[in-house]
Design a protein around this ligand. Structure first.
Ligand code: PHE
Length: 369
């Protein structure tokens, strides 16, 4: 028996005799590892004369290939045996309690927004959306903020760098630019932009993200608003008040909620108002529907004739109201979150505490889930 066939017979026996995967791996290392017996043989090839190499080369390579193949076959056998042993030994115990499951939660802002949209949808409002990156015209000029007017400074705007046309776009500071886009489309001035575009009468809400350079317990650089716009021939302040009163009672799920309107100023509505809800702020938390404090929750008013005209609607024919609600702020009030900044800190523990199940049964009082 040559040295090679002896080595092969020994290795084949060792492979066959390996009782488990660890033993097989030891055989593999002893043969094909860095200084394994077969590897050492392969290393000797470099020192052989061409004639010797022609003779021994195929023998050594053949040995290596057969041992590799034998290892592979044995490995598969041992793995299967190990699996069979495991399957025979393990039983599923259906009486054990299920391991806790980590479920995703619905963010309070999205929950609040869903509730708001459901209420307005019930009142017959359609939905419109617009871009987060706006131009100066839609965010300010068309809304009757004259260029350089100090009212623009009420909005701490994030401006984008000048583009190739020398224009500076911005992150919209409110959802009101979508009023402009909806009315432009209704008047035919902006064909095809808004999917739900409709000639007057218009009745839409516009949920979305807005941005202002501001940060404290009640302000974050990004927050959510819900805009409302109603345009028809004889819409007046009474319709605005009724709509917002009805909304507020339904949102807070209580007929005891008291609201008040205060005169205010917005360049794009005339007259303008802010609406407050009555609340109790003693004891650190805010309770709606009791107490003697007031909390501002929205701005609104009658759409300014100049704004209608800027959008191509004849102010002698059409009139209507608009309002803008702070979504996150309403969610904080309803569900008692103390700090607005936490809403956007992306802290999973916060979300697990304040978040909502995605599978809620509808509330029998409101029909909302
Ligand atoms: N856009 C205003 C704001 O962000 C709110 C508003 C909307 C006021 C519509 C009047 C009408 O402060």
């Amino acid at each position: 028996m040559t040295d090679l066939s002896k080595l092969e017979a020994d290795l084949v026996a060792a492979v066959a005799g390996a009782a488990d995967l660890a033993a097989l791996e030891a055989v593999r290392v002893a043969a094909l590892g860095k200084s394994g017996s077969v590897s050492e043989l392969l290393k000797t090839m470099g020192g052989l004369s061409p004639d010797e190499r022609r003779e021994r080369g195929p023998l050594i390579n053949g040995l290596r290939d057969r041992i590799t193949a034998a290892l592979t076959v044995r490995k598969a056998e041992l793995e299967e045996a190990a699996l069979n042993t495991k399957l025979a030994a393990e039983r599923v115990d259906l009486s054990l309690p299920a391991p806790p499951e980590r479920r995703g939660r619905v963010h309070p802002t999205m929950q609040t927004l869903d509730e708001m949209i459901a209420i307005f949808a019930d009142m017959g409002f359609g939905l419109a959306e617009g871009p987060d990156i706006e131009d100066d015209f839609h965010n300010f000029t068309a809304l009757n903020f004259p260029p350089k007017h100090p009212a623009r400074e009420m909005h701490d705007t994030f401006w984008l760098p000048e583009d190739a046309n020398g224009e500076r776009k911005l992150l919209r500071t409110h959802t009101s630019p979508v009023q402009i886009r909806v009315m432009q489309q209704a008047s035919g001035k902006l064909p095809g932009w808004i999917a739900t575009g409709q000639a007057p009468p218009i009745r839409v809400i516009v949920p979305g993200r807005v941005y202002r350079s501001d940060s404290d317990a009640t302000h974050t650089p990004m927050f959510h608003q819900l805009e409302g716009l109603v345009i028809d021939r004889a819409i007046h302040m009474g319709h605005l008040k009724w709509t917002l009163d009805a909304f507020t009672r339904r949102f807070f799920e209580s007929d005891a909620v008291v609201t008040r309107f205060r005169p205010h100023h917005f360049p794009f509505t005339e007259p303008s108002a802010e609406m407050d809800v009555q609340c109790d702020r003693s004891g650190g938390s805010v309770k709606i529907g009791e107490g003697s404090d007031w909390l501002e929750i929205l701005g609104g008013g009658m759409v300014h004739p100049k704004v209608l005209a800027n959008c191509g609607l004849d102010p002698d024919e059409w009139q209507g109201f608009a309002f803008g609600l702070g979504v996150d702020r309403l969610g904080m009030l309803k569900y008692g979150m103390p700090d607005l900044r936490d809403m956007f800190a992306a802290d999973i523990r916060w979300l697990e505490h304040w978040g909502f199940s995605a599978f809620q049964a509808p509330n029998p009082a409101t029909g909302l889930s």
